[in-house]
Every structure is written in structure tokens, then in C-alpha cells.
Design a protein. Structure first.
Length: 170
């Protein structure tokens, strides 16, 4: 019973602090854009291409993304270790009305798991699904050196895993 009272007190304190704070003013509104109805899948074209992690590790991961067309981007990923495919997944990013979703289908599982685009800041996109066990967020970022970083985590402030991709050479 004491635990319930403590939790209720904490929630009340947080609510009071939140209400008492004056609204914050954006400091760099141009750098960060929360996703609005005007967002188009074409704004994610920078993800398209053939990507791989650096050679020499225990495993090598590849992702291949088609350019936006017809309201979607189709992708696939595979992990190779010991000369064998140990994981694969089908991916897609699709426009659904005014919203954009990243849909992951590990091992070809159907239906896939949806992650809604919640933030787009230049060449960084955050997709979220707070109801999913793990990951809850998938973040793609195109770096100034032309590489691509994909990160997954359990939500803001949690431990994350990042994958550094380089453009594949043909």
C-alpha cells in the first residue's frame, strides 16, 4: 500500500511541476521539425541506396533501400556471420495519408511491426512504436561523410545500439 501512495505522490509532483513551468521557447526550430501533415516520403530519399557495416567484424550487416516511388520505399537487410545468413528482414517505409510508417518484418514475419515517423530533422528520422517491446524507436541519420547510422533503443534516455553503414561499392 505504501508503494501505491509513493507512486501517486510522484505523479502528482510531476504534474504540478509540468503545469507550473512556463512554456519553453524553441531555441532552434529550424533544425528540428516535428512531423506535420505536409511531410512526404520523398523527404526520406537520403536513406535509399546500398549500405553495409565495415568488414572485419564478427558479422557484416547490409541494408538495401529503393528510392521513394508510389508512396513507399522498399528495403531489406541481412546479417552474415561465419559465411552464412544468420538474420534477415524485409523493410518498408510507406506513406499512409498524412503519416509515414517504417514497417519491419524480421524473418519475413507477417504482419510487420509499424513504427510511426515522429521527428524529421534534416537528414535524421525518428520512427516510434511505444507499445512494442524492443525496439521502441528506430533512428536513421545520414552523416556529413556520406555514411548512414541506424540506431535502435527502448525509448529516449535508454541504452541504444547503433549500426554504422558505409555505401557499398559495386
Amino acid at each position: 500500500m505504501k508503494l501505491k501512495a509513493i507512486i501517486q505522490s510522484c505523479i502528482t509532483i510531476i504534474a504540478v511541476i509540468t503545469i507550473a513551468q512556463p512554456p519553453s521557447q524553441p531555441t532552434h526550430a529550424a533544425a528540428t521539425t516535428l512531423v506535420e501533415a505536409a511531410t512526404s516520403i520523398s523527404e526520406l530519399a537520403w536513406i535509399s541506396g546500398d549500405w553495409q557495416t565495415a568488414a572485419g567484424g564478427k558479422a557484416q550487416i547490409e541494408e538495401h533501400w529503393m528510392a521513394p516511388a508510389g508512396g513507399s520505399m522498399i528495403g531489406m537487410g541481412r546479417t552474415i556471420a561465419g559465411g552464412k545468413t544468420v538474420e534477415f528482414e524485409y523493410l518498408r517505409i510507406e506513406q499512409r495519408g498524412d503519416e509515414i510508417y517504417y514497417v519491419a518484418s524480421p524473418k519475413g514475419r507477417c504482419p510487420g511491426t509499424d513504427f510511426k515517423l515522429t521527428r524529421l530533422a534534416g537528414q535524421e528520422a525518428t520512427f516510434e512504436n511505444p507499445q512494442h517491446d524492443f525496439p521502441k524507436r528506430i533512428i536513421y541519420r545520414k552523416n556529413s561523410d556520406g555514411s548512414l547510422t541506424a540506431s535502435i533503443d527502448g525509448g529516449a534516455g535508454t541504452k541504444s545500439m547503433s549500426f554504422a553503414y558505409l555505401p557499398m561499392t559495386k
